[in-house]
Design a protein around this ligand. Structure first.
Ligand code: UDX
Ligand code: UDX
Length: 417
């Protein structure tokens, strides 16, 4: 397993739990040292326990850099970053570097498995670097959600394996045989496209939900009932229909932009997806507008309590977080930010970081719920009402009981509520 981040670490520990013997490789020696001590640098339910068990069972070990231990490997998974380039396309530098670094160690008949999210055609890029008929390259995209990565790995909706060599594809599929899931074996380009299309579709579904929420605010409908009403339709499904401050994280923003670029370089203008991305930017602004309107139309000199900074609950990941995009705008428009998040320790520039949600609400002119941490739904409106300067609640995650807060004298705005 090359790369022991969110995807690499989860994949390594779970494959070991399935009975395989795994060596995790990472360029970060401190991370490697901590991992071998069973310390997990990310918030992921169940991952620490599995990793420690597999370390004790000697089915998992981590090492810094490449070495002869790779020579016995039948499968080499690539889980290195594919960050965005200036123009939004995916940068394959780490993929190329990893493939090149592996060359001296590849055993005959071994398989390089691309698990990183890579543009269509990347399997060919790795094959070009390896240039050996006895080494196969297979695409095996992951669909893990942060916060539930272990569950998603062990209970996938499907397993996708893309290869021009059927036997190699079947060998990779067999690694998961103790998992009960449909296996889709296809060509590499289709497998690579499935990954991007899946994320792009989910982002589109969310932007649609946020657009309907905006419509509800204009026509006086209730988003909860509307989403329930459409979600019961099996063709739509009620998952990923929660309106909010816009979508973020290490995948959706990066992958949607990369897919627009992939299409463009192939001569197709993915206008629909460009609209989805643009609308998500507008959604951030809509939340900022709600806060500004709540405090009288200007943010200058206003104290705003921001509850939640991570891109969603149950993770400590701030990458492309909607909360941070909104905080940035609020600060630019003159607000003072008092923030709280249960998992984030390092303060942000020009942002007061508080120990508790209640502390963050002290002297607030308005409160913004930006991440759906369960503890925020338990806040007592009366108690909070006693510490704020003005009673204005903007619940950008629709997790509060609006009537309770209104009864306590707060103005309440949700998303589509
Ligand atoms: C990464 C990619 O960002 C994503 O596109 C892909 O789908 C899956 O893998 P993630 O696991 O979230 O996602 O990345 P990150 O948590 O940043 O972990 C990457 C790890 O690779 C880090 O531990 C980093 O130290 C390591 N790495 C990076 C290497 O071992 N070698 C490198 O050359 C570069
Ligand atoms: C996503 C995909 O779900 C996963 O399959 C893929 O492998 C990686 O990218 P993740 O980035 O962990 O996973 O986040 P996800 O749970 O999908 O949420 C993405 C964004 O959408 C977050 O900002 C989240 O808050 C938002 N979201 C999600 C909503 O606003 N409403 C919803 O109903 C669901």
């Amino acid at each position: 397993m090359v790369g022991a981040g969110y995807v690499g670490l989860t994949t390594a520990s779970c494959l070991a739990q399935l009975g395989h013997t795994v060596v995790g490789i990472d360029v970060d020696p401190i991370k490697v040292h901590r991992l071998n001590n069973g310390e997990i640098p990310i918030v992921e339910e169940g991952l620490e326990a599995i990793t420690q068990q597999m370390l004790e069972a000697k089915r998992l070990v981590f090492q810094h850099g490449y070495s002869d231990s790779i020579k016995v490997a039948e499968f080499i998974f690539l889980c290195v970053p594919t960050p965005q380039d200036e123009d939004g396309s995916a940068d394959l530098t780490y993929i190329r570097e990893a493939a090149t670094s592996l060359l001296p160690y590849l055993a005959s008949e071994s398989i390089i498995v691309n698990k990183s999210t890579v543009p269509v055609g990347s399997t060919l890029v790795v094959e070009e670097i390896v240039r050996r008929d006895d080494i196969f390259v297979v695409s095996n995209p992951e669909f893990l959600r942060e916060g539930s990565a272990v569950h998603d790995f062990l209970n996938p909706d499907r397993i996708v394996v893309g290869s021009s060599n059927k036997r190699a594809a079947q060998r990779v599929a067999d690694l998961y045989q103790s998992i009960n899931a449909q296996v889709i074996i296809c060509d590499p380009a289709s497998a690579e496209t499935i990954k991007y299309a899946a994320n792009a579709f989910l982002a589109t579904k969310l932007s649609f939900a946020n657009a309907i929420a905006a419509l509800c605010e204009h026509v006086g409908a209730n988003i909860d009932d509307v989403m329930d009403g459409i979600g019961q339709d099996k063709r739509i499904g009620n998952q990923f229909l929660k309106p909010g401050p816009g979508w973020g994280g290490s995948c959706f923003p990066k992958d949607t932009r990369a897919l627009v670029k992939i299409a463009e370089s192939a001569g197709y203008d993915f206008e629909l997806l460009r609209g989805v991305i643009d609308f998500n930017e507008i959604q951030f602004d809509r939340i900022v507008d709600k806060v500004r309107k709540a405090v009288g139309g200007t943010l200058t000199g206003k104290n705003i309590a921001v509850l939640g900074l991570t891109f969603k609950a149950h993770t400590n990941d701030l990458r492309d977080s909607p909360a941070l995009r909104i905080v940035e705008q609020l600060k630019l428009q003159g607000a003072t930010i008092n923030a709280y998040d249960p998992t984030v320790a390092n303060p942000l520039p020009q942002t007061n970081f508080c120990e508790t949600a209640k502390d963050a609400c002290a002297s607030a002119d308005a409160i913004l719920i930006a991440t759906e941490w369960p503890e925020f739904a338990l806040l007592n409106p009366k108690e909070i009402g006693n510490v704020v300067r003005s009673k204005h609640m903007i619940d950008a995650r629709n997790i509060l009981e609006a009537d309770l807060w209104r009864a306590a004298g707060f103005t309440y705005q949700g998303v589509g509520r």
